[in-house]
Ligand binder design. Structure first.
Ligand code: FES
Length: 158
């Protein structure tokens, strides 16, 4: 089944890239003991499918600019792009948060803005669970300042 094949390949790619990811990404303190993997999505139109995270941590899909975070019983799909001026957002293990690489806006692990030049939280993609997969729709995002209810609802229970 293509889905399973892609999923396994994604997991293998994640394993293969895990060392690279650990060297280049930084985890929030709450997640610092957990793996950060890069993964390939199963691509179908505007949908990206990922294995349901089985433990707290992050999965990065650089090709689609999506980061999946499982944290505190929830899974989120957030944009890797800072909502201020579209720079990359990174994990900072020593501080337990995301931080923008350009103007250092700060965000909690669930994408909540805490300080800096940005004026809203990290954007979240719509997502839903389909069995053992998370399906993310990447042609739209919820912006916390324009659609706070949508932004808050853009999560699934882990
Ligand atoms: S681009 Fe991220 S704070 Fe400016």
């Amino acid at each position: 089944m293509p889905c399973d094949r892609v999923t396994r390949r994604g997991f293998l790619a994640g394993s293969a890239c895990g060392m690279f990811s650990l060297a280049t990404l930084r985890l929030p303190a709450e997640l610092s003991a957990l793996p950060v993997l890069e993964v390939e999505a199963q691509v179908s139109g505007n949908e990206r499918r990922y294995p349901l995270p089985t433990a707290d941590g992050a999965t990065v899909d650089r090709a689609s600019q999506v980061i999946l975070v499982r944290y505190a019983g929830h899974v989120y799909a957030m944009s890797l792009v800072c909502p201020h001026e579209n720079a990359a957002v990174r994990w900072l293990a020593q501080d337990g948060r995301f931080q923008c690489s350009k103007h250092t806006s700060r965000y909690t692990p669930d994408g909540t803005f805490t300080s800096g030049r940005a004026t809203r939280n990290m954007d979240r993609f719509p997502l839903h669970r389909d069995g053992a997969q998370i399906v993310v729709t990447i042609d739209r995002v919820y912006q916390s300042d324009k659609d706070p209810d949508g932004w808050n609802a853009a999560t699934v229970n882990a």
